[in-house]
Design a protein around this ligand. Sequence first.
Ligand SMILES: NC(=O)c1ccc[n+]([C@@H]2O[C@H](COP(=O)([O-])OP(=O)(O)OC[C@H]3O[C@@H](n4cnc5c(N)ncnc54)[C@H](OP(=O)(O)O)[C@@H]3O)[C@@H](O)[C@H]2O)c1
Length: 255
Amino acid sequence: MPEPSREAEFLGKVALVTGGGRGIGRAVVQAFAREGCQVAFCYRENAAAAQEVVEAVQAQGGSALALQADVADADQVRRLVSTVLEQYDRIDVLVNNAGSFPQQAVLEINDADWDAVLRSNLYSVFYCSREVLPVMMRLKQGAIINLVSVAGKRGSALHAHYAAAKGGVLALTRSLAKEAIPYNIRVNAVCPGRVVTGMLQGEWDGSLERWKKEAPIGRLADAVEIAEVILFLASQRASYIVGETVDVDGGWWMD
Ligand SMILES: NC(=O)c1ccc[n+]([C@@H]2O[C@H](COP(=O)([O-])OP(=O)(O)OC[C@H]3O[C@@H](n4cnc5c(N)ncnc54)[C@H](OP(=O)(O)O)[C@@H]3O)[C@@H](O)[C@H]2O)c1
């Protein structure tokens, strides 16, 4: 197999990133755009943050398309994917990044809370993959990368709905990987430790110092450190990695 050229590999390719307006998703959009990829991303409500990402990408000489869509809603996902296809006529990479992380004791979670968290973290991955897979099958190539969490592997007090959803994403990742690999589509997951983003902001009171100590590396992750692994998994350098979950957690859960 010829040596993959990092510079050329993503030229002419299209990536769709969910939740690209802030946090890890924003770093993912910028990483793919830096490699010459056309990047479309969605956000749920923060249009100003999304516009900032578009401008940051343009400032680095790339191009990004921001689209409002709630990936917890199947119809909105259908519209999102069809808009991306109208614009670019292909999708080579899907990064299922969007998610929500509310803090609630299990007995405080009502039916609507449970439904909302499962929808935004798990159903979204299914909806987006279901729409994008036929496009990748037509191209006979593709990469899907799902964002999971330590909570999905080990459970998390005060986040039972989130943990259940992320555990579902882990199982979905492996199932999709098995169905998609005959079409040369690789599906993998990335499991970050604690990353400095808005998602954790609400939880920082008193937790920050403890979290730093829990990770042998002694600090939280920067979103860029997660994005670089996602870029790697989407690239030909990861051509033999299928159905895997890559931990990027500073040694937090090292066995
Ligand atoms: N941060 C961590 O420590 C950590 C650790 C493990 C796993 N993760 C996972 O990594 C992913 C990204 O986390 P993050 O920390 O970067 O989150 P974040 O800073 O809260 O950003 C989330 C992004 O997703 C978008 N989003 C949320 N729900 C959406 C929906 N239903 N439809 C469309 N867009 C939606 C948000 O849109 P708006 O800007 O419009 O609100 C925002 O752009 C999540 O799947 C999370 O579970 C994060």
